[in-house]
Design a protein around this ligand. Structure first.
Ligand SMILES: Nc1ncnc2c1ncn2[C@@H]1O[C@H](COP(=O)(O)OP(=O)(O)OP(=O)(O)O)[C@@H](O)[C@H]1O
Length: 717
């Protein structure tokens, strides 16, 4: 029976199609379901026509309505057709005539290229290259290597004519998608092996048969990354009516391979720069695991902030239709999960957690009581990074503890007094019915270690910021078995003080770790600018702190304007400029809810909200807008850089990026107190700015008053 599948290019244009045109698409799809092949070709309403002077006889058009035409791949064999585009009549014909389809001999997937334009451009570029003193862009790669990566003869000739990346960008939209990616990664500096592993191998279809380059029926089924087969009209109606979320349907082969691998023999990890779809992969992994869950088994899906919990919940709702299945997933922050475990324990008392500022003053008091002369900051860090991290329970254990991660000296004879001060701090806290969040996690971990795990699988997003105690808790929440932990995170986005590697925690992901490189969120211009903030700064891996991670090959296929930077003389002037920028976005049709404003401090956020509201622009803090329901769509959301973690907006203004705000002196341990901690804190501050900037999809605006942050200066802004 014939059927009409849908190419990703059609979905990309879907938001522009009016409801009657969408209805026309649905009608056309139903015709393919209903009619025989013979009837389809003869149907006068559909007009499945081939085109004169077309590059490819297999590319035809169909009638959607009087004005709109669909461009369809109509293979010579098999009965699956693919709707490539829906365009106004003349544009559809012009576009269709230029395209050519093929089946890639390496990946076995269907490819579409703009053959006419490529044929026109290539000789001109070849002439330019011959006259150019520059080396050819792919000079160092042999034909054999390129062919092994799926570059076919036509693309090879085109690739050989290029001398620089700018030229490749001209060719990129014309090339078949998979081959384009291979060339872009190689041009970005990745090795043949890396491209093979990250781009080609995940797309490969296991088969011992030679590739039949005429068998489109099979190739279409191998092309899940760009062609969707829709089996029910309700499904299609749903896709056509709701705003289309491509991530639900079209995973990149590297994403699909990680998310839908049948099973991992132990903990698995997915890393990658901002916007590479780690959260998307985590959600698809949950979907996969739900499909194999035994009776009574449950999944914990956990992340760092409440805003992200809401985002995960919404994502899972759109990915997993069945509410009963969704009910088998608990979605919570790690701290929220810990509170629940502690509160549910027999006799468990919910102790009020300390907020950040309270802790330091309590350490000060404890030090005074015991006569410890060091700083409160030292004590807080010692407690966090040595005592809690190593789960130290006694003075003897503390005296024997390894303090290698710490850069501050502590003579052996001083440890008993530190220990006494710690005891004082914890005793005072419990006397007041209070607890730090990490103490709550430690208590929850102890309870689970005693009573046994609660979950069959734990899926962790934003893993880079978890403290060893939180890892202990998650480890105790799930038995050590295949598919126990699935971990998504990015060390470049570490913005809290928890530099810890999975290896040091005994969580072994070697051989089960994948890195994503394609950014789906931001334009290449925003990425390049933001990435410059981190260039030359070593960032330790998530897996192993003795190895550094890189953003090599990290890139986006999206393009737009570069970020706008604004230097204001005073804070007042900076806030005025912010209002001007937000108004300019609104004037171009951006919704208020698509705009995010981020600053280092709450105080600056409050000022921004006040100023925007004075100008008649609805604005609220992230939390107020998100818990206020409707506010989310109609309000500019304003939040600290920390609270922007994991979120995204069409337009982002990062404000107050001044010398005195980033790095924030109080958040950075002085080098004379602890040189190692100083470095870690500086990196966290730098990453914080990186995180804030990489929340932007289409537009990024960065401003400051007075002197700019040294991070901007060092990045050459
Ligand atoms: N295969 C895909 N197709 C289309 N869009 C995608 C795909 N994968 C991810 N996206 C989109 O890219 C954006 C970023 O995805 P996601 O939030 O999962 O990235 P992330 O790696 O978790 O980002 P960050 O680390 O910055 O929080 C989202 O808008 C998501 O819908």
């Amino acid at each position: 029976m014939p059927q009409l599948a849908f190419d990703i290019g059609f979905f990309a244009e879907l938001p522009k199609l009016q409801p009657p045109v969408r209805k026309g698409v649905l009608d056309a799809w139903e015709k393919f379901e209903r009619l025989t092949l013979d009837q389809l070709f003869k149907d006068p309403g559909l007009k499945l026509e081939s085109l004169t002077n077309a590059k490819d006889k297999q590319i035809r058009t169909i009638r959607i309505d009087q004005f709109w035409r669909g461009v369809v791949l109509a293979p010579p064999s098999g009965d699956t057709f693919v709707l490539l585009r829906v365009l106004p009549h003349d544009k559809a014909i012009a576009w269709a005539k230029k395209q050519k389809s093929s089946i890639n001999e390496v990946t076995r997937t269907v490819e579409i290229r703009d053959a006419a334009t490529l044929e026109e451009l290539t000789p001109a570029y070849e002439r330019v290259a011959e006259a150019s003193p520059k080396q050819r862009l792919f000079e160092k790669f042999s034909d054999g290597d390129l062919k092994a990566l799926g570059i076919d003869d036509e693309t090879l000739r085109q690739a050989r004519s290029l001398v620089d990346q700018e030229q490749l960008e001209v060719f990129a939209p014309l090339l078949p998608q998979d081959q384009r990616e291979v060339l872009q990664y190689l041009a970005a500096g990745c090795t043949v092996e890396e491209v093979w592993q990250d781009v080609v191998a995940p797309a490969l279809q296991a088969s011992s048969q030679p590739v039949d380059t005429q068998d489109y029926e099979t190739a279409i089924r191998h092309s899940q990354a760009r062609i969707a087969l829709v089996t029910a009209s309700e499904e299609l109606r749903d896709i056509l009516e709701k705003p289309f979320a491509a991530w639900r349907v079209f995973l990149h082969p590297s994403q699909r391979k990680v998310a839908y691998r049948a099973s991992y023999s132990g903990p698995a990890q997915v890393t990658g720069g901002p916007g590479t779809g780690k959260t998307v992969v985590a959600l698809h992994r949950v979907k996969h695991l739900l499909g194999h869950l035994r009776d009574g088994d449950r999944i914990l899906l956990t992340t760092y902030t409440n805003a992200l919990v809401n985002a995960l919940r919404a994502g899972l709702e759109s990915l997993v239709e069945d509410p009963e299945l969704r009910d088998r997933v608990d979605i919570s922050t790690v701290d929220g999960f810990a509170s629940r475990i502690v509160a549910e324990a027999p006799g468990g008392v919910a102790l009020r957690p300390l907020v950040y500022n309270e802790e330091e003053s309590r350490w000060g008091k404890a030090a005074k009581a015991t006569g410890f002369s060091g700083s409160a900051q030292f004590l807080a860090q010692e407690y966090r990074h040595v005592i809690l991290a190593q789960n130290i329970q006694t003075l003897a254990e503390y005296e024997a503890a390894d303090r290698r991660g710490r850069g501050s000296r502590l003579a052996a004879g001083e440890r008993p007094l530190v220990w006494e001060t710690v005891q004082r701090f914890t005793a005072d806290l419990s006397a007041d019915g209070r607890r730090t969040w990490l103490q709550t996690c430690a208590e929850a971990a102890r309870l689970l270690e005693e009573k046994g795990p609660r979950y069959r699988h734990v899926v962790v997003d934003e893993a880079q910021d978890l403290h060893p105690v939180q890892w202990r808790l998650l480890r105790a929440a799930v038995p050590e078995r295949p598919d126990d932990l699935f971990i998504a995170g990015d060390p470049h986005q570490r913005i809290y003080d928890s530099k810890v590697s999975l290896k040091s925690l005994g969580i072994k992901v070697a051989g089960r770790s994948v890195k994503l490189r394609k950014n789906y969120r931001s334009t290449q211009e925003i990425l390049r600018w933001s990435t410059a903030l981190l260039v030359g700064r070593p960032i330790a891996e998530l897996e192993d702190e003795n190895r550094n991670d890189t953003l090599l090959g990290y890139r986006s296929a999206l393009h737009g304007d570069g970020p706008v930077v604004h230097a204001a003389a005073t804070e007042e002037a900076e806030l005025d400029a912010l209002v001007g920028q937000v108004r300019a976005w609104l004037d171009t049709g951006v919704g208020a809810g698509e705009i995010g404003v981020s600053a280092r401090f709450n105080k600056m956020c409050a000022k921004a909200i006040g100023r925007l509201r004075d100008a008649g622009i609805p604005a609220a803090t992230l939390r107020a807008a998100d818990t206020g329901g409707a506010g989310e769509a109609t309000t500019v959301r304003v939040g600290t850089m920390h609270s922007f973690k994991g979120l995204e907006f069409r337009c982002v203004a990062v404000i107050g990026v001044s010398d005195d705000a980033l790095p924030f002196r109080k958040a950075v341990t002085p080098p004379e107190v602890d040189a190692k901690q100083h470095e870690t804190d500086m990196t966290s501050e730098r990453c914080l700015l990186f995180v804030a900037c990489t929340r932007a999809r289409d537009s990024l605006y960065v401003s400051w008053s007075g002197a700019p942050s040294t991070f901007l200066v060092e990045a050459g802004v």
